[in-house]
Write a protein that binds this ligand. Structure first.
Ligand code: SF4
Ligand code: SF4
Length: 442
């Protein structure tokens, strides 16, 4: 069976957060396979811990992808500060076509455009994809899952970090479908009263206060914060209020643009101009909105750069929605992709060190190690989302009341639809198919 088919059957998706079905990406023919081990979200450690503890599996996944894509080389982008992981790779890399590329500790090193430029010195065309410059990028956990898939093992576990206001921050693999509450209990419980969670990271993650939500194949981490933490308050503000304040308070200082990583790489992203769209006439709005189309939503402008605590990222998100709603996508894309990007002369000196970002976010008190733990977890039940990937929801292939084994296929993609298969993460009886496929242990 081909690697693509093994990966499709195992339900592997981009574990870095995107959830794009991996078998689709593996169809490309490229020169380079780049492993994204940059892990730049504050307080997140699971990729570094995974690389340190499972370097051989990551390299095995990399070798398999290098062969499948006809690539000449595999490059692992990893921060030099992760010495344990670097040493683990150095032990297993001799004789392989895979090499390390050591990265500095800035945010957002893990952005695909930044990572490709750092590792192979090429700039992805504006609005384009890595394969256009001869590369594919896979998160290191995805590579671990590819190696497992090549041995017939499906995705039923998710590596994540639980950090922040918890007693014992940790990284580890938990069954897909356990609740956030259970994951936090594994971290010794919360160290504060009422908490809120940033799911996936402080910068690009989403906010929730619902601890009954479930871990999915893309849940990279839970940052637990006191319910009244400034970051929680900022993310909780209603969007209309964000834009109303932006309209009245933005003084066009342009710091948001001057520190924007996409702008610094030479792409047509200028959030301070997008901010103008909040207060301009309709014709002006369409023009300014274009400047947000290539924004990668890294949040650096909103959570770090803006001295007024305004919301340029959210203005960019709104601008993208408006462009689509008005049917102006082709026109806007043509306007912002016409030029070949050329990095700003100061792009290296304006990088934001992670420590500085952690301070600005008010997270210094929580900036602690989250070591890998071998978890012996026997959850009473799991609830599996049928759509935990890009594309359409998977369709159950089991019935309520049916006994299933851990690793058994329980939901499959309809023929021809983009998505990924889902497998039981525990053995037990199927209790419900919707809204989530629920399995009770036993
Ligand atoms: S940094 Fe803030 S105040 Fe300055 S232009 Fe950007 S949004 Fe406006
Ligand atoms: S979120 Fe802000 S800083 Fe990040 S890419 Fe978008 S505009 Fe630039």
């Amino acid at each position: 069976m081909s690697l693509i088919e093994q990966v499709r059957q195992a339900g592997v998706v981009g574990a870095g957060g995107g959830g794009f079905p991996t078998h689709v990406k593996l169809g490309a023919k490229v020169e380079f396979v780049i492993a994204n081990g940059a892990e730049c979200e504050p307080l997140m450690h699971k990729d570094a811990e995974l690389m340190a503890s499972h370097a051989a599996q990551v390299v095995a996944g990399m070798e398999a992808v290098v062969a499948a894509c006809g690539a000449a080389r595999g490059i692992i982008g990893i921060k030099a500060k992760h010495t344990e992981a670097v040493e683990a790779f150095e032990r297993v890399l001799p004789g392989s076509r895979v090499e390390l590329h050591l990265l500095e500790d800035f945010y957002p090193t893990g952005d695909e455009f930044v990572l490709v430029h750092e590792t192979i010195g090429r700039l992805i065309p504006p609005g384009g994809l890595p394969h256009q410059v001869g590369a594919i990028v896979q998160n290191v956990e995805t590579l671990f899952n590819i190696a497992a898939a090549s041995q017939g093992v499906p995705v039923t576990r998710k590596f994540l970090t639980v950090a922040g206001a918890v007693r014992q921050p940790f990284s580890g693999a938990v069954p897909v479908g356990i609740s956030f509450r259970e994951a936090i209990e594994l971290a010794g419980g919360t160290s504060e009263g009422e908490v809120a969670l940033l799911v996936g990271g402080a910068m690009m993650g989403r906010l929730t206060r619902n601890l009954d939500e479930c871990v999915e194949k893309t849940t990279g981490g839970l940052i637990v914060l006191p319910g009244d933490h400034s970051l929680v308050q900022r993310k909780e503000r209603p969007e209309t209020s964000m834009h109303r304040i932006g309209k009245s308070s933005c003084d066009q200082c342009s710091y948001c643009t001057e520190l924007c990583p996409r702008y610094l790489l030479g792409y047509h992203v200028e959030p301070h101009k997008v901010m103008r769209s909040l207060g301009f006439s309709l014709s002006g709005e369409d023009f300014w909105n274009q400047m947000g189309l290539l924004c990668c939503e890294c949040s650096l402008c909103t959570l770090y750069a803006c001295p007024e605590d305004l919301y340029p990222r959210e203005a960019c998100q709104q601008s993208k929605r408006q462009i689509r709603l008005k049917g102006l996508l082709d026109q806007a894309r043509a306007a912002v992709t016409a030029d070949t990007p050329k990095p700003h002369p100061l792009h290296e000196s304006r990088r934001i060190p992670l420590k500085q970002l952690v301070r600005r976010l008010g997270l210094t008190d929580y900036d602690a190690p989250a070591p890998m733990r071998q978890l012996d977890l026997a959850p009473r039940r799991v609830r599996l989302a049928l759509k935990q990937h890009a594309g359409a929801p998977a369709e159950p292939v089991v019935q309520v009341g049916e006994q299933v084994q851990a690793g058994q296929l329980v939901a499959q993609m309809p023929e021809g639809q983009l998505g990924a298969a889902i497998h039981a993460s525990i053995s037990g009886r199927v209790r419900a198919l919707t809204p989530r496929l629920e399995i009770e242990a036993g």
